[in-house]
Structure formats: structure tokens, C-alpha cells
Design a protein around this ligand. Structure first.
Ligand SMILES: Nc1ncnc2c1ncn2[C@@H]1O[C@H](COP(=O)(O)OP(=O)(O)OP(=O)(O)O)[C@@H](O)[C@H]1O
Length: 257
């Protein structure tokens, strides 16, 4: 199933946020969205996920969802957005509450999502008992439980320390390995973009327009190998040089606001 951003523009009243953004996320593809602060990345993700109607253009899905998919698009949030009073298993089961699945089917789907995120031993634990990294694993399991075609991720690792980020990036590489699930990955972190994405959409300063789309020419599985480190670092530098001046301007704008 493909997700298509078709000439999307958006305004919040007088604030021009996105301008004429078009790209396609193919089945199983990971597309990162990077750009200076406030350029409209989260707004674009909300539009892609159908939470926000764009002022112009549209987001559409094309093709059949994966077998057994209950929801083609599902979000993973920066702040995990877990229910504090519910256990890990109950949090993960939450998106299934209003589906027609039987209790047995739900339990199987929850077990599958917990297994894929290595959380089976933590099913009865409550979020406050978990580290940040484990909480985000629960957030990811909750997204996986509906067997989505595409994960919509908004800075999913930015609340975590660098070691935990590294571990979760490895988890993402595993989860995305069989190519059945794609992702749109919004991030400030160019290292994450280069590590995880097939293609990186670089947005300009607000109103965000596409400045460049960059492909990562190394298989995801091989990106932690020493032999490609220089190549990936060069790509990261290329991205930073595209963003740097505008990031400085955006930073000043935020500070003066
Ligand atoms: N609901 C809203 N109403 C009005 N303005 C909004 C709303 N949501 C976002 N904005 C503004 O739209 C602009 C783009 O915001 P958005 O969060 O999409 O950018 P971003 O690129 O994700 O930012 P950051 O990199 O800082 O996370 C910002 O100036 C923001 O203040």
C-alpha cells in the first residue's frame, strides 16, 4: 500500500506552514522528513495520517493493505502517549477495543505485538515502572497491534538518551526488515534519518517546501558496518549543509518569538 502526499499546502490562519509538498511512500518504504524547526514536519505528518485536513492538496492511500491489517496508518509519538493506569498489555490492546475481533483474536494480536517488541515478560507491568526506552517499545507495540501498512513516527526517539536511541534504532531496523511495513519518520536527528530511511525528504524553512529528496544508497541492515561509515557521514553532512543556514534562522525566530 502506498501513501501519497499530493501537492499539500497548509495554513493556520495567517501562518503559511506548508507549500506544495508532494511525494510517495511506497509499500515497505521508509521516508524520513527533516528540516529546520517549525517548518511544518509534524503538521505534514498529521495531514498524512488524516488528523488534519490540508488547506490544499490531499493525502491518499493507494493499493491494498497488508493481510489482516485493521488500520493502514498508525502513529508512534515522541512522548509515548501511554495510558498510565493501564498495564503494558492493556495499553497495547487499546486500539483493538472497538474492533470486531474476538477476545481470543485480540489476545493473539497483543501477544504478537509484544513478542515483536520483546515485551512479553512485561505484559502486567505499568508504564511508570518502565524506563523511557521500554515505554517507547510499548508505544511501538501498540502501533504494531493493528498490523499497519505504514507507521507515522513523530520524533519517536528524541525523548531518549543516546544509548537507548541506538538500541531502539536497531529494533526499528529489525521491525522493518521484512519490508511489509513502511514508515514516515519525522526527525531533527540526521543520524537517525540516514540510519533508517530509504529516502529523506528535506523541507525548507516555513512554509515548508521540498528542497531535496535524498536516497540512502546502502542497505539498512548494513548501515552500522564500519566500511560504510564514511559514506553515511558524508550524506549526513550533505543534509546538514542543506539545512544549516535555515536552521540558524529558524532558531533565532523561535528565540525571538
Ligand atoms: N494547531 C496549530 N495552530 C496554529 N499554529 C500551529 C498549529 N500547529 C502548529 N502550528 C505552527 O505551525 C508551524 C509548524 O509547526 P510544526 O509543529 O508542524 O513544525 P515542525 O517542523 O514539526 O516543528 P519542530 O521541528 O519544532 O518540531 C509552527 O510555527 C507552529 O507553531
Amino acid at each position: 500500500m502506498d501513501l501519497i502526499a499530493e501537492t499539500i499546502s497548509h495554513r493556520f490562519d495567517a501562518l503559511d506552514v506548508l507549500h506544495d509538498v508532494s511525494f510517495t511512500v511506497g509499500a515497505g518504504e521508509v521516508v524520513a522528513i527533516v528540516g529546520p524547526s517549525g517548518c511544518g514536519k509534524s503538521t505534514l505528518l498529521s495531514i498524512l495520517g488524516g488528523l488534519l485536513q490540508p488547506t490544499a492538496g490531499r493525502a491518499l492511500l493507494r493499493g491494498a493493505p497488508p493481510p489482516g491489517s485493521l488500520n493502514p496508518l498508525t502513529f508512534v509519538f515522541q512522548d509515548f502517549a501511554l495510558l498510565p493506569w493501564a498495564s503494558v498489555a492493556e495499553n497495547v490492546a487499546f486500539p483493538l477495543l472497538h474492533t470486531s475481533q474476538s477476545a481470543l483474536q485480540r489476545a493473539a494480536a497483543v501477544d504478537d505485538a509484544l513478542g515483536r517488541t520483546r515485551l512479553l515478560d512485561f505484559r502486567a507491568v505499568f508504564p511508570k515502572q518502565l524506563s523511557g526506552g521500554m515505554r517507547q517499545r510499548v508505544g511501538i507495540a501498540r502501533a504494531l497491534v493493528v498490523r499497519p501498512a505504514i507507521l507515522l513516527m513523530d520524533e519517536p526517539l528524541s525523548a531518549l538518551d543516546s544509548q537507548t536511541r541506538e538500541l531502539l534504532m536497531e529494533d526499528f531496523v529489525d521491525l522493518l526488515a521484512d519490508g511489509t511495513m513502511g514508515a514516515v519518520y519525522v526527525t531533527h536527528n540526521l543520524e537517525e534519518a540516514v540510519r533508517l530511511a530509504d529516502r529523506i525528504v528535506v523541507l525548507s524553512r516555513r512554509p515548508g517546501r521540498i528542497r531535496k529528496v535524498v536516497s540512502v544508497p546502502v542497505k539498512r541492515r548494513e548501515r552500522d558496518e564500519a566500511s560504510v561509515r564514511t559514506q553515511l557521514l558524508e550524506l549526513q553532512n550533505e543534509l546538514w549543509s542543506l539545512i544549516r543556514t535555515e536552521a540558524i534562522d529558524a532558531e533565532r525566530e523561535v528565540q525571538h518569538a
